[in-house]
Every structure is written in structure tokens, then in C-alpha cells.
Design a protein around this ligand. Structure first.
Ligand code: RRO
Length: 295
């Protein structure tokens, strides 16, 4: 029997038309609409839209240069530029609510109390289908601690769980030896789903042999991380009983299938969208092809 890989999936009670979503921060749909018009929505390739990560207060982001590109991958040091939660709610939320897909809002903070402010504010908004707790940004030091320590993840989720009935997705870092330990702790604390991988801490050198990025180092994504992501997604999916969103180097329909085979319920396209904004639409078409054509 052949599986309908590009068919509908249930994600934490949220019906998705197919398993392909975007990775947070890799597809700015508001900018795309401004540049290309409403056609962007008519052929929207994602079954759910994940916002760029927001923080309690506005942030300017890291000093330039913020990107390093090679054929095998990309290192970013964006540093969470965003309008802050109030700016997001006032300026972006209504536009994102118009998308033909459920909205997942990604949040990051530096303490459980600050995370709580974000989760409570979003919890009141019907436009928000789920909240992604980003504990894995490589470009803000304090963001990583929770994502590296099972005990911290357990405590954070324990503090956030009572604040909302919306699904809480915990976005994990690959910068640990055993990510499944953090995943198990997050689920024990009340997480409804796990997403991984975020980017790998990296330091590209420029022509002068000194760090290229303004912040010194950043996070690696793209084809170079694909096999590492496959291993970590598989390990986490085997360790937890909640849905897993898998991502890392997805560029073709066969890469989505591999992550679904590893146990993911949904798969995110990230870096590929920077190189080609139409990548996700192509990947979805490939996923719908008969298996023989897929690899
Ligand atoms: O903004 C960033 O620098 C960033 C974030 Br929030 C993240 O989660 N992962 C990443 O590679 N960069």
C-alpha cells in the first residue's frame, strides 16, 4: 500500500492540509506579500505558518555582517531583531491571521517569568493556533541554557503549562549530545510537541582569517546539517509520545519523506526558502509524486 505523503495530518488537534510548514524566521510572509502581492497567499505552500521569534521587548538584532553562505550551508547571526510582543500584536498579528493556514507564534525570553508574559499575551488571541517556545537560538547566550539542560526545560514548561490551553511546541537545539533527554523533560513538564533542529553553533572565517560575522559566531543550517537532523529527529521521535516537527537541510521531497519515516509528524523547510522562495512549493509537489520519482 502506498502512503499519501502529501496528505492531511493532525498536529496537536490542528488539522494541517499536508505535512510541510516553514521553519521560524526563514520565510517573511509579510515582506513577500509586499513584494509580490496577494498571489503569495493564493499559492501558499505551508500548511501552518510559524512566525519569526518574538521577545518581550523590541530588539535591533546583531551587528552586520549577519550571514555567511557556502554551497553546503549558511551561518546566520541575525540576533532576534523584532518589534517586541506589543509591536507584534499591534502590527503583525492581524496580517498573519489572514494567511490561509494556522498560525504558530515563536517566542523567546531570558527567564520563565518573561516567557510567561509572552505565553499569556498570545494565549488570549484566537488568531494564534499554537506557541513555539524557542529555547535554542544560538545567537543569544541566555536562550541556550534552558535548551541544553533537561532540568531547566522541565522547570520552564512547568511554569508555562498552567498559563495556556494552546499547544506548546518546544524548539530544541542540536548543540547537545543527547537532545532526547531535553525533549523527554520538556514533555514531562507539559509540552505538547517538539520541534528540531535549530542551528549549529559555528564560526566562519572571512578572507582575513578572522571571524566574518559581526557577532563573531552564528548558527549553521542547510544541506550540511541534514544527516545530523535526521538522526536527532529520529532519536527524539522514538523517545517521546508527542508529535515532532522535523527540520534541517530539507531541499527535496525525498528529504521530507526521510524525516517522516524517522517519526516526524510535520516537516519544516528553512534555509532552502532563502535561496529560492518557491522551494517549499516545489518540495510539496515532489512529495506528492509516486515514491519511485521521489529519490
Ligand atoms: O534570530 C536569530 O539569530 C536566530 C534564531 Br531566533 C534562531 O532560533 N535560530 C537561528 O539560527 N537564528
Amino acid at each position: 500500500m502506498t502512503r499519501e505523503l502529501a496528505g492531511p495530518v493532525d498536529f496537536c488537534g490542528i488539522p494541517l492540509a499536508h505535512p510541510i510548514i516553514n521553519a521560524s524566521g526563514t520565510f517573511d510572509v509579510i515582506a513577500a506579500k509586499r513584494a509580490f502581492g496577494d498571489g503569495v497567499l493564493e499559492h501558499f505552500p505551508f500548511s501552518a505558518y510559524v512566525s519569526k521569534t518574538i521577545t518581550p521587548a523590541p530588539r535591533a538584532g546583531n551587528p552586520p555582517p549577519r550571514l555567511w553562505e557556502e554551497p553546503e550551508g549558511m551561518v546566520n547571526s541575525i540576533g532576534l531583531p523584532n518589534k517586541g510582543v506589543e509591536g507584534f500584536l499591534a502590527a503583525d498579528l492581524l496580517q498573519l491571521a489572514d494567511l490561509p493556514a494556522p498560525l504558530i507564534v515563536s517566542v523567546m525570553a531570558t527567564s520563565a517569568a518573561e516567557f510567561g508574559v509572552l505565553v499569556s499575551a498570545l494565549s488570549e488571541r484566537d488568531e494564534v493556533a499554537a506557541i513555539e517556545i524557542n529555547v535554542s537560538c544560538p545567537n543569544v547566550y541566555s536562550g541556550l541554557i534552558v535548551g541544553e539542560q533537561p532540568s531547566e526545560a522541565l522547570a520552564l514548561l512547568g511554569a508555562l503549562r498552567p498559563l495556556t490551553t494552546k499547544p506548546l511546541i518546544v524548539k530544541l537545539t542540536p548543540n547537545v549530545a543527547v537532545p532526547e533527554r531535553v525533549a523527554v523533560a520538556a514533555v514531562e513538564g507539559g509540552a505538547d510537541a517538539i520541534s528540531l533542529i535549530n542551528t549549529l553553533k559555528s564560526t566562519p572565517l572571512g578572507p582575513a582569517g578572522t571571524p566574518w560575522l559581526g557577532a563573531g559566531s552564528g548558527g549553521l543550517s542547510g544541506p550540511a546539517v541534514r544527516e545530523l537532523a535526521l538522526r536527532q529527529v529520529g532519536a527524539v521521535a522514538r523517545a517521546v509520545a508527542v508529535p515532532v516537527i522535523g527540520m534541517g537541510g530539507v531541499e527535496r521531497g525525498s528529504h521530507v519523506r526521510d524525516l517522516l519515516d524517522a517519526g516526524a509528524t510535520a516537516v519544516a523547510v528553512g534555509t532552502a526558502s532563502f535561496r529560492d522562495p518557491a522551494a517549499a512549493a516545489r518540495i510539496l509537489r515532489e512529495l506528492a509524486e509516486p515514491a519511485a520519482v521521489l529519490r
